[in-house]
Design a binder for this molecule. Sequence first.
Ligand code: NCD
Length: 327
Amino acid sequence: MNASAHSHWPYGVHPFPHRHLTGIAGLKAHEITFLLDEAEHWVAINRAQTKHDNRLASLTQINAFFENSTRTLLSFEIAGKRLGADVVNMMVAQSSVKKGETLIDTAVTLNAMRADVIVIRHDASGAVGLIADKVDCPVLNAGDGRHEHPTQALLDALTIRRRKGGIAGLKVAICGDVLHSRVARSNIICLGTLGAEVRVVAPPTLVPPAIDRMGVACFTDLDAGLEGADVVMMLRLQRERMAGGFVPSEREYHAFWGLTHERLARAQPDALVMHPGPMNRGVEITSAVADDIDRSAITEQVEVGVAVRMACLDVLTRARRGVEGWA
Ligand code: NCD
């Protein structure tokens, strides 16, 4: 995976002509595929004993997380460290944001410290784009409000591609709290761009208002929505983003919307089960399904997540590092 490998690229400029990764919207199919191909290389490296590659040595990566995270933060931290970057985590609970600093002032501060790449998670939709406009280095969106979570969609696409051999033509059912989910939004755009037939399956109260404009079919009955699906992606009930009573109770939600083996039988016999985590076992998915090694790809999603983030960090810093053909 060196710069010369791209010398036959047919599109004129280099294969990923974007300064930031704020969303999947706006990316072309070949650009998404390029990132997935790059990530494939890191999956192999991450399985080896020696996982280090120093291409980001002397670069400073700041992970600015204004919202809680376990796997995404850890994954970006591990990715940066395996590439040799100096990784710094800024957690909101310990930052001046709690003291009333504006988002723009925080951005200017991070910029003044001469970060070389900034990874941001924020609870406001659009916040990451706003910061990206104010700083001199590449910005990666690690989830902003209900807007986008591009690296999650990329790792989901890579997981599907590895397990199914391709994405085009697959029937993908994204089920549960679609309304509050940036994962759903990024996946709808990503998998749709790659040619999958995406459907959303959600209670009427959790369907985003203009969902038909996103080019997906919509089901408000889980059994009907699972029929014939090749991939079943379950979503967490995002209680923290709900102001009122979107669902009656978790018990009732599970009765109608929880994925059990019995329900899964409506999907294709080899349907893949996915979940971005964190899971609420016994609510949107039973432990029996989540832990079924023949069906569930949930731990593989986490594994390839590190590889996808390594690919994104590498690609987005190429111009800055003066990599031939990218500067
Ligand atoms: C998701 C998120 O934060 O958007 N988690 C993740 O990044 N793996 C989904 C969720 O919180 O339910």
